[in-house]
Structure formats: structure tokens, C-alpha cells
Design a protein around this ligand. Structure first.
Ligand code: HEM
Length: 117
């Protein structure tokens, strides 16, 4: 399940960056790619919840990991919404970076999946 989880959030991040550049260039394809991106949000959440389900005793760190993951997804939507409205997306980008670092750090620190530490 960790492989499915990693694959889905990696694809989501790539699709997010593609949507950002398509939206910047004013391409009509941005909307379509964003729809596929939303599908990968769902896959990321489902695989994350399944990972949580496989854990016998959930500690606060798992809850923080899941919240950080949801925050990454929220920040991606905030960036795209701000860009669409022509507003500044700086605050949303800062949130995205902070949440992403936190989600990856907590994900790798916690015991399931690839052992780095
Ligand atoms: C874009 C968003 C997300 C990113 C970048 C992310 C990143 C990661 C990473 C790097 C791992 C470690 C995999 C490994 O050790 O091999 C992981 C594991 C995990 N993720 Fe996520 N994740 C995201 C979203 C979510 C969401 C939305 C949830 C829950 C609803 C979630 C729940 C989990 C759980 C429970 C684990 C297992 C923790 C462990 O290693 O013991 N993740 N995630």
C-alpha cells in the first residue's frame, strides 16, 4: 500500500505543477488536467486512509502525518484558486512547501514503508 500511496501523491505533485504552468500560459487544457489531478487527490487520500487502517495503534504522529497530507492537497487547491482569480498565490505556495516537507518528513520517519532512518 505504501507504493500505491507514494505513486499517487508523486503523480498528484507532477500534475499540480503541470496545471500551474498550463494555467500561467492561459491554456484551455488546464481545467482538464486539474480534473485528473483531483482524481489523484482522492487516490492519495484513499491509500493514506488504508495505511492508517493497517496500523494497530495510531499515535498522534500518524494523525499529524495525515493532517499534513491533507494540508498539502488543500494548499494545491489554494494555489490554483488564487491563480485563477488573479490574486497573489505566495501565501498558498509557502503553505504548500511547509506542508509538503512536513508530510514527507513525518511519512519517512514513521515506521511503515521505506526505511530511511
Ligand atoms: C500530497 C500529500 C501526501 C504526501 C506528499 C505524503 C507523503 C508520504 C510519505 C513520504 C510517506 C512514507 C512512505 C514510506 O515510508 O515509504 C507516507 C506514508 C503515509 N501517509 Fe502520506 N502523504 C500524503 C497524503 C496523505 C494523506 C492525505 C493521508 C491520510 C489521510 C496520509 C497517510 C499516510 C500514512 C498513514 C502513512 C504511513 C506512515 C508510516 O510510514 O508509518 N498521507 N506519506
Amino acid at each position: 500500500m505504501t507504493h500505491a500511496h507514494i505513486t499517487s501523491w508523486l503523480i498528484a505533485i507532477i500534475l499540480f505543477l503541470i496545471t500551474v504552468s498550463l494555467q500561467r500560459s492561459g491554456s484551455s487544457k488546464a481545467k482538464m488536467v486539474q480534473m485528473v489531478l483531483r482524481l489523484f487527490y482522492i487516490l492519495t487520500i484513499i491509500t493514506g486512509v488504508l495505511l492508517l487502517h493497517s496500523i494497530a495503534s495510531i499515535s498522534i504522529l500518524y494523525v499529524m502525518k495525515a493532517l499534513a497530507g491533507l494540508w498539502v492537497i488543500g494548499a494545491m487547491e489554494m494555489v490554483l484558486a488564487a491563480m485563477k482569480k488573479g490574486k497573489s498565490s505566495t501565501v498558498a505556495w509557502v503553505q504548500w512547501v511547509v506542508a509538503l516537507v512536513l508530510a514527507i518528513f513525518l511519512g519517512l520517519m514513521l515506521p511503515l514503508g521505506i526505511d530511511l532512518f
